[in-house]
Design a protein around this ligand. Structure first.
Ligand code: ATP
Length: 515
């Protein structure tokens, strides 16, 4: 970067001034102010429920602030009156975790969706022009892909880069606006994260201002020039790159020191009896999977997207088709065709997409906490609401769930808190087998350790856990052993001293590895 760019970098492209937002009794943002400089990657950090999503939704015009102003390239905007159209006109662009791209359409078509399809006088799409334009955009953003390729065939990082290019393609001038990325790396495996982070840094070096929301602090340390930390809707501080290290970021986010609890969770060794044994499982993307999980152990399932990780969990829960093979639970052969049969046998399952699959978004937190054990709250056919609420409050406290009240709707909670409720709900059934799909995705550093403590507690009490995760740093810390899935088969198993982040990444990214 030359001196000229350095000078431009200091100039704020966006100023957020005293933004306030309350939901009923909850102060989601209590007067948030910070500046975003041109040509920089600016991380927005904070624990679950600290206000990050609310801030972004106000920028996007999805929520109206109660007070505050935004200054974009010198023009003042009332934060109370933002709309998606105003946000767009002011140069704000958003890429969310769910990228809303279309994997079965080509790269060129995906780019055209954000821009419009050129047509001739007869309303026919000008395909050649479309592809040419796509080629230019791909070149501009350094994406190595053919416009005619189906998007779903690209690597996950390239797909994310196409989503970013799509968001930025119609910026009027060069790098005038702000790109907001909401947990863009959440479902990317490590090698891919690196690719996306370098692309992000490259775009910033070319002058783009980027606001980046993430819970993954290693990524902040690797890519961010600056970080603003929110806690309980207030800005704790904005730190420069030179002042950042993992420990101090954690302390700023949580407002307390967090012991490196994850390392303590690491297996104590000694497996108990086999809880679950799968033999020759096949169905959907699963070709042939055989493995066992014993009392006292956490077994990880790693694999690239599409490797069949989530399908294995769904099959064990009676929620995915089992075309061949056998499952034993505590030595007895079982064949679940419906989740309720699995639940009755002591199997717990938390899906990756918790809002649509796991929880009942319109029901209250208390109802959601109770739902897996509703039987407890029925007496002579009547639901004992008071008992349910009392227990829900105790649980919410025990699990540090942040919600306005246990009567608040589940959908009003922040993402990480929703995950805690879903887990807490299952834990109280004393499950035999826990099936957890990305249990800490979107969960803050403090709660992450708490969630793993919970899982470790359950397996120490005699359960077995099977965990799908894309986080190769976390898996070795919390699992006793990890199975690597590829194309619907177990390609490798690693445990003991061999179980390291490097080894897992190597196994994931090397095609020809045998067991
Ligand atoms: N639509 C809503 N209705 C009621 N309360 C809400 C709503 N949206 C957010 N909140 C509350 O505002 C606070 C801030 O939530 P927000 O989603 O902004 O947090 P976050 O920092 O994005 O959390 P996470 O890391 O878990 O995603 C929380 O207490 C949340 O429960």
């Amino acid at each position: 970067m030359d001196a000229g760019t350095e000078a431009v970098g200091a100039q704020p492209v966006l100023r957020i001034l005293g933004v306030e937002k309350t939901f009923g009794a909850t102060v989601a943002l209590g007067g948030v102010s910070f500046d975003l400089a041109r040509g920089s990657v600016h991380a927005l950090l904070g624990g679950n429920g600290s206000g990050k999503s609310t801030m972004i939704k106000i920028l996007a015009g999805v929520y109206h602030a109660d007070a505050g102003e935004l200054e974009l390239q010198g023009a003042r905007l009332d934060a109370r009156a933002m709309t998606p159209a105003r946000a767009h006109a002011a140069g704000l662009r958003f890429v969310h975790q769910q990228q809303s791209t279309f994997p079965e359409m080509t790269v060129a078509e995906n780019l055209a969706i954000g821009h419009g399809f050129d047509t001739d006088g007869l309303s026919r799409i000008r395909w050649r022009a479309l592809r040419r334009r796509a080629r230019e955009i791909l070149d501009r953003y350094g994406i190595d892909a053919d416009p005619r390729t189906e998007l779903g065939r690209l690597s996950p990082a390239s797909q994310a880069m196409v989503a970013i290019a799509r968001a930025l393609q119609d910026q009027d001038g060069e790098h005038e606006g702000v790109l907001v990325l909401d947990e863009p790396t959440a479902s990317l495996p490590a090698g891919e994260v690196e690719l996306l982070l370098s692309a992000i840094k490259r775009y910033a070096a070319a002058g783009q201002a980027i606001l980046f929301v993430t819970h993954r602090l290693e990524e902040v340390l690797r890519a961010a020039d600056r970080a603003t930390v929110l806690r309980d809707g207030q800005v704790v501080t904005t730190v420069e790159r030179a002042q950042m290290d993992h420990g101090s970021l954690v302390e700023l986010i949580m407002g307390r020191r967090v012991e490196q609890a994850l390392t303590e969770i690491h297996p104590v060794g000694g497996r108990g009896q086999v809880v679950m044994r799968a033999q020759g499982l096949a169905g959907g993307p699963i070709q042939e999977v055989s493995f066992a999980a014993s009392a006292g152990e956490i077994v990880g399932l790693a694999g690239l997207l599409g490797s069949g990780r989530s399908s294995v969990l769904r099959m064990l829960f009676g929620a995915g088709p089992v075309e061949a093979g056998a499952i034993e639970l505590d030595g007895r052969s079982v064949r679940f065709t419906q989740p309720r049969q699995a639940m009755a046998a002591g199997v717990a399952y938390t899906p990756e997409d918790r809002l649509s699959e796991a929880a009942f978004a319109d029901m209250s937190v208390a109802e959601n906490l109770g739902i897996a054990t509703t039987g407890r709250y029925f007496r002579r056919g009547r639901l004992r609401h008071r008992a349910e609420r009392r227990d829900a409050r105790a649980l919410a406290e025990a699990y540090h769930v942040k919600a306005a009240s246990v009567e608040a709707p589940f959908s009003s909670m922040s993402g990480g808190n929703q995950q805690k409720v879903v887990l807490a709900r299952w834990m109280r059934r004393d499950p035999r087998l826990l099936l957890l799909d990305e249990p800490t995705q979107g969960v803050d550093v403090g709660s992450r350790a708490e969630i793993w403590q919970l899982v470790r507690g359950a397996v120490e009490a005699g359960a077995a856990a099977i965990v799908v995760s894309s986080d190769m740093e976390e898996l070795p810390r919390v699992c006793d052993r990890v199975l690597v899935l590829r194309d619907g088969r177990i390609a490798a198993e690693v445990g003991g001293a061999e179980l390291t982040e490097e080894r897992l990444n190597h196994l994931l990214l090397t095609p020809e590895v045998t067991r």
